[in-house]
Design a protein around this ligand. Structure first.
Ligand code: 4AD
Ligand code: MG
Length: 455
């Protein structure tokens, strides 16, 4: 039976007959035998295979260049050379797929920009192989984090008729022909009304939190933001917990606990894959992650953050003033230069936040919170929700939302309303933080950004 190279490399004893399969990374030939390094994607490490001249299948050796696929049967023996513990002495090697000259990954040292243009092949490189193994492991850890805490996983809809964030960044879902000259109305459309791809599962999630207590969603999210930054994608994955009987403090506690949990997961379970990011992307990566895992985060109200920024003496591109949003340069200065650790900013002016956030007693601010991390800025955005029916209705009115569209949401406040809170964590932003990768396009398998929808 074929065994994963990952298992073979951690074997505890020799074996007379094992089978492996993979893609050739390198091959060196001498008269009497050839050395092949093969990789099957199960881990960073390659399996060294020695093929003596005359071994069945060795007649195809010249076709087993970088990228060719092979199967190997042989004896697992302690390696003679340095660099690896085990090697396979082949008794048979079979060529599955050959590689013509124009295989783009034959040479090393391609730029990330070039590799993005061959996103269907880049997971075959060491760096992106590691990236997407980490992504897989971190998804699993997200579920484990919540399941261990008895949160229920809810699949909120991807097609929706509601706009959670109210920022006008939605992709329309329609079956009407956009190029047709005829006048059409939404009544004639597939759903009989305007529909969009979700920008957040929060509102639907809230209805489930108001029934099942603690819930989370983890799914694809879509924003037609025309901001071509290195931290925004048109399609990204968001993790959104929502907790009934919970206030802003509990919400911030959970967000911080989750960031730490996921950082520890990467350090402990993905050590082999993280090493390549430390080597090529960010020399300080491990030290930074270890620091985050073991030190408290900073927390401060928005008003204090604005004061600190104003007194910083730094000349920022965007103005700093009470009532304005913090820009990424401000967020990064706070975490990187000032506090030198992750920072949670809370209680933002109500004017710059969505309708569902709970208004504080001061009447000016809402119970919003953003968790900022060095190198990225905002990684989590959340809030305690407005649970008072009359205040919610007034907020909706202020934001121009109609009760006809949001009656179902308002019902959660009409029937047994409870304080509740939640947040959204951008999964790609988390991966950027954990790996040190600087561009969101490099942490998602196939990136969708303005003007770019390849593959
Ligand atoms: O701060 P946001 O917009 O919050 C919400 O959507 C709330 N409804 C979440 C909630 O309370 N349940 O988005 C949450 C997070 C951001 O902090 C960021 O990490 C990520 O989602 N995010 C993006 N990631 C990649 N590309 C984009 N265009 C993103 N927009 C937001
Ligand atoms: Mg936000």
């Amino acid at each position: 039976m074929r065994r994963l190279i990952r298992e073979i490399l951690t074997a505890t004893e020799s074996a007379d007959c094992i089978e492996a399969a993979g893609w050739v990374r390198t091959r060196r030939d001498s008269k009497a035998f050839s050395f092949l390094e093969i990789n099957d994607g199960s881990c960073m490490g390659n399996l060294q295979v020695i093929v003596d001249a005359g071994t069945p299948g060795s007649e195809d050796l010249t076709k087993m260049g970088t990228g060719a696929s092979v199967t190997v049967t042989g004896r697992l023996v302690p390696s003679q050379g340095g660099g690896q513990q085990w090697e396979v002495q082949a008794t048979e090697i079979r060529l599955l797929g050959t590689v013509p000259e124009d295989y783009p990954l034959q040479k090393k040292g391609h730029s990330t920009e070039f590799l993005r243009s061959i996103a269907h092949l880049r997971p075959r490189t060491n760096l992106y192989g590691a990236m997407f193994r980490i992504r897989s492991r971190m998804s699993y850890a997200v579920h484990r984090f919540f399941q261990e805490r008895h949160f229920h996983y809810i699949h909120t809809p991807i097609i929706t008729a509601s706009d959670c964030e109210g920022a006008g960044e939605m992709f329309r879902v329609t079956t009407l022909d956009p190029l047709s000259q005829e006048e059409k109305s939404f009544e004639q459309d597939f759903f009989g009304k305007a529909a969009h791809l979700t920008v957040s599962g929060q509102l639907e999630g809230e209805t489930f939190a108001c029934a099942l207590g603690n819930i989370y969603t983890f799914g694809p999210t879509f924003r037609a933001e025309n901001s071509n930054t290195s931290r925004h994608a048109a399609e990204f994955w968001m993790i959104e917990p929502e907790m009934a009987f919970c206030d802003l403090q509990g919400d911030m506690d959970l967000a911080e606990e989750m960031v730490k949990y996921l950082v520890v997961e990467a350090l402990e379970k993905q050590e082999g894959d993280l090493a390549i990011f430390e080597k090529f992307i960010d020399k300080d990566l491990r030290r930074r992650l270890e620091f985050v895992a073991t030190h408290p985060f900073e927390r401060l109200p928005y008003t204090d953050a604005v004061e600190i920024l104003r007194k910083s003496g730094k000349s920022f591109e965007y103005p700093v003033e009470y009532g304005l949003n913090l820009q990424s340069e401000h967020e990064r200065w706070l975490t990187e230069e000032h506090f030198k650790r992750p920072v949670t900013v809370f209680n933002y002016p109500k004017e710059i936040k969505p309708f569902y956030m709970r208004i504080n007693d001061d009447g000016r601010t809402v119970t919003a919170m953003d968790l900022l991390v060095p190198g990225i800025g905002e990684i989590v955005g959340g809030s305690q929700r407005e649970e008072r029916l009359d205040v919610l209705l007034a907020n909706m009115d202020r934001h121009g939302l109609s009760i006809d569209d949001y009656g179902w949401y308002v019902d959660t406040r009409r029937f047994g309303s409870v304080p509740h809170a939640g947040f959204g964590m951008g999964f790609e932003r988390l991966l950027m933080f954990v790996t040190g990768m600087q561009n969101i396009r490099d942490v998602i398998p196939f990136a969708r950004t303005p003007g770019n929808c390849e593959f």
